[in-house]
Every structure is written in structure tokens, then in C-alpha cells.
Design a protein around this ligand. Sequence first.
Ligand code: ZN
Length: 483
Amino acid sequence: MSLTIYNSLSRKKEAFKPITEGEVKMYVCGPTVYDHAHVGHAKLYTSMDVIVRYLRHKGYRVTYVQNITDVGHILDTGEDRILKGARRDRIEPMQVVETYMRSYLDDMDALKNVRPDIMPRAAAHVPEQIEATQKLIELGHAYEANGSVYFDVKSWENYGRLSGRKIEDQESGGRIETRTEKRNPEDFALWKAAPPEHILQWGSPWGRGYPGWHIECTAMATKYLGETFDIHGGGLENMFPHNECEMAQSEAMTGKNYSNYWVLAGSLTIDGVKMSKSLGNSLRIADALKKYPAEVIRLFILSAHYRGPIDISDDAIAAAQKGWERLLGPYNQAQQMRSAGAAESDDSNIDAIIAETTANFTKEMDDDFNAPKAIAHLFDFVHKVNTILNGDAPVAASTLEKIIALYDELVEGVLGLVPSAAGNADENAADRQDGLIKLLIELRAAARINKDYATSDKIRDQLKELGVSLEDGKGDTKYRIAS
Ligand SMILES: [Zn+2]
């Protein structure tokens, strides 16, 4: 089965063909680290995480690069976000960067998003950005004005190809005060001249200054993945101007395709409203994680297709929590039954069920990473496996192993929905339960040797009431837990 991906550049689903067979080079625009990450970041980066996990599950060797923006991301007011954070928190700009980058990594780890292979920081790649800017000037796609350098959008006819629009508003242009130095209002800054009091500044061929936002992604993506790479991921809300400008300057610089596939994720709203600081409805990832396990948040996010928007509300999360408990039911039960000792013979049709589930899961994930549909097949699996685990026939150890293996491979491996800590806790609890039942079996055997049948019967009957039935065999007693 082959993978198809919706390419935001062509606006259609395309068969996925990596540049090098068996390898995927993927770049995802990372966060601007000037504040704590919110659940909108959870939506974007968990969506990207599942894509990376699935590509690896399919056997691709994935190089996953995600940058950290620690300079150059300018607000509409013309203010650098990092400097804004520094003023707000009354700390050094690089302290802002360290504080919120660590906070972001903590959040991503807690959400079980696998760390990217390379996380380059913009401030550590200023020479590369200067070099890219110089090259664009040499090629006639950029020009210097008063110590700043702008990309000349009129020099590049493909400008607007990704987003399909050309809007005069440019976030990184500092347009209010610099409009007059630009040739066209749409031109965007590759390099900004810095006044002496500006804290973040570097020397350049055009004087002291700092890089624009878009050029960092061009410089770092091409440095680590090559001039053309396979997949560029990110959020739909950054398609314009950020990704559009990034693509224009990259392709103008190299004369080659920048990314073959653009995989952009939809955004997240809270109770139907876009999250924003001014509305006071921004929900930090760390706060959400205090209320819900990471896996519940992941299942909630994956309940909608990654390209679509999703609305977070208490009801939606409560539904995800219920679904998650149901999804994990057979996994926990199989773990318990495994430690309780299982029957030898395997007469269930587990192989067919697992083959069917895996095929359906793969078919849906191959169709532009359709996690919600893939998860629906997992719920069918849960239904079928519950029938086996709770039926009258003894369940073989091999059946339990196969069920657990499917969870390990797909539910956890691809989707990250099996809690490792809780899994261990369950295992410890199951071990303890096993030990206690065996102790009672020994006490019962001792009572029978002493002809104390009142005690031995009491143990057997009360265990039965607790759902543990004893089966006396030749020389030993086995037990079985009904569910
Ligand atoms: Zn970017």
C-alpha cells in the first residue's frame, strides 16, 4: 500500500515519492519562544509527531528538523517578540529564550511528542542567514535600503504560489516606519537595521542589525536537509506570509524546488473562539496536563483530521477521556490475564482480527494520515477483542501477547496513546494480585491437608465471589480471573 499526502502547494492528494528511496527529510516551523506554549501548539506539534511516527513505522529513515525562533519574529507593532518577552518578564532576551525553550521542550516531552533530530536556533545561524541574504542580493532578488535588506517580490513571479494570495500586509516588514524604503509594499525584510539601543544585533555587510523571521527557516532547512527536501510541515495559519515568503526566497536563491510536499495543520479554538491573550482564553499545555493525561489530550487532537480545525471544550475532552479508557480496556485486561497465567490452546480468531485491524489502520493512515478513521478501526478491534477476553473459552497466552503487541505497535508506537507509567503501575498491581492469589491457594492447600475443609471452602468460595475461580489439577491449583 502506498502513502498519499495532501500537498498544500498543489492543493490535492499526491502519491508520496521521497527524493531518496526509504528516506524522508522533513522540516517543521518551530515555536517563537517568548511565552509558554498553549494547547494550539499541542495541536500542531502532536499532529506533526504522529506523521513522523507513522513514516518511521512504515520503515522510512526520517530526519526531522524543527527550528526554535529566538530572534527576528516581529509583531505587527514592529516589536520583536523576544524583546517584548524580555520587557514583560524584566529579564535578558536570551534568558527569555532559554526559559521558554525549556518550557516548550518540557511540554512536548510531557505530551510524548518525539524530539526532532535537530532543533536549530535562529540566533545560532546568523552567518547562514547573512549568506542567504547576500546571495539573494547578488541574484537581483533583494536590495539594501538604509542598512536593511528586502526581498523584491516583483522579481519572483512565483510569489503567492503557495497561499494563492498576495496581500500587502507583511508581518516582518516593520511596515509603518519603513514603507518608504521598500520598492513594493509586499517586500519583506531579510535583514533589519538595528538602532544602537537594540539589544539583539549582529554585524553584517549592511551594518549592525538582525535577521528577518522568514529567512531563518530557509537558512536552517537548506543547511540541514539540502536545497530541496521532502516535507515541509507547519500550521495553516503560518502559510501566509511566513511559508510563502520562505518558499519564495528559498527557490529564488537556489533555482530549485524548496519542499516537494507542504503538510499544514489546521488550528485549534477554545469553545468556538480563537485563542488569544487579549481574550484571556489561552490555555497552557502545562495547565491542560494537570487536568488530563497526555494520552487523553493526544486522542482528543487525533479525533479530528490534522488538516481540519478542532475545538477544545470540557465536553470534548471528557468524551476523549471516555474513549481513551475504552480504547485501553483490552490492553489492561490482557496484561492482567497474562500475569494470572493463561490457557495454552488458542482457538480464537485473533490472527484474522489483528490482520484486518492492521490493514485497515494502514489504509487510513496511508490516506493523508487519517488518524480519526484509523482510530475508528481500533475501536472495532476493541469491540472484537472484548468478546474474546470476556468469553467463556480460556484465552491462550499467545492471544494475549498478540493483543498487547498490536497496542505496542500501533496504539502506542504510531499514536502515543498507551501510558508507560500507568502501564507499569498496572503491571505492579497485577504482580501483587498474582502473589496474593497464589498465597491464598497455598493456605487453602495447607487447610485441606489438615482436613480443615471449612477454611479451604471459604477461601475457594470467597475468591469466586471476587471473580477468581480455582481449578484443581494434578498436584497444583490454577486460577482464572473472570472479567
Ligand atoms: Zn518557518
